[in-house]
Design a protein. Structure first.
Length: 249
């Protein structure tokens, strides 16, 4: 059905159906309109998995930064600083990018300033969205429920790797499309491609991703434990949301 200048998809119960789209790399964001959407930013390995873990362990807020310098300055304001580039902790920062660094008393009640190679850059680039939430396999069911009841159309923004597409973020997007498929219409072929990939991978995502580029990169850093944890669905129920430039729960 056409209303004004927009096509709208009508469900069998005669209601306008929400749509879901997937931006496979932040380099493609200029193709999408963000202003009317809930954007789910995802960087499975490992930035958004760390953020979700930190909130599940009581972190008070996380301020994401694209720049290392600005992030590091937050130390003077009492923030824990987290800095990762190319998978490694950056010198001078308190923490790197392993979810196991964001558990327990180390983060409970703390404010964290965070900068990573791709994850925090993707958040920065999505800032014109109506709403930004943080997704990972660790909070998959909570994110699914939240999106189901929200009124906005949805865009999953995959952080990728330095502008290139990666498999793990695409699989997360596919998991969301699969779970929402009876309620939300895909906007184009990217959600369908992601959904099909996820269905191929879902029974053993660790094995499916074993030859993927970032898994190989992280394996060189000896962090198989991080990979397995970040691919485990539904460890936590938190939904981090960006409010005036800060992530809160
Ligand atoms: C990133 O933001 O690029 C990543 O989370 C990289 C990493 O695994 O440390």
């Amino acid at each position: 059905m056409m209303t004004g200048s927009h096509f709208q998809i009508i469900s069998s119960s005669n209601q306008v159906m929400k749509t879901i789209d997937v931006c496979l790399s932040p380099e493609l964001l200029h193709l999408y309109k963000l202003e009317d959407r809930t954007v789910v930013v995802v960087d499975i390995l490992r930035a958004t998995s760390c953020m979700v873990t930190a909130f599940a362990h009581g972190a008070e807020r996380i301020v994401p930064f694209a720049s290392q310098e600005e992030c590091l300055q937050m130390k003077t304001r009492g923030y824990i600083t987290s800095g990762e580039r190319d998978g490694k902790k950056v010198e001078g920062f308190d923490k790197g990018n392993s979810p196991f660094e964001y558990m327990g008393f180390e983060v409970a009640g703390k404010k964290i300033a965070f900068t990573t190679t791709n994850g925090t850059q993707a958040i920065e680039k999505s800032k014109s969205a109506r709403e930004i939430i943080i997704g990972s396999f660790l909070n998959l069911s909570s994110i699914t429920k939240y999106l189901l009841f929200s009124h906005n159309n949805i865009l999953v923004v995959c952080a990728g790797w330095k502008g290139k597409v990666n498999l793990e973020d695409t699989l997360f997007a596919g998991a969301l499309v699969e779970r929402l498929k009876n309620h939300i219409e895909p906007d184009c072929d990217a959600p369908l491609a992601a959904q099909r990939l996820y269905n191929l991978a879902k029974d053993n995502m660790v094995e499916f991703l074993s030859t993927s580029s970032h898994v190989k990169r992280l394996q060189r850093l000896n962090i198989q434990k991080d990979i397995e944890f970040c691919l485990t669905p539904d460890q936590y129920t938190v939904i981090p949301k960006l409010v005036r430039g800060e992530l809160v729960c």
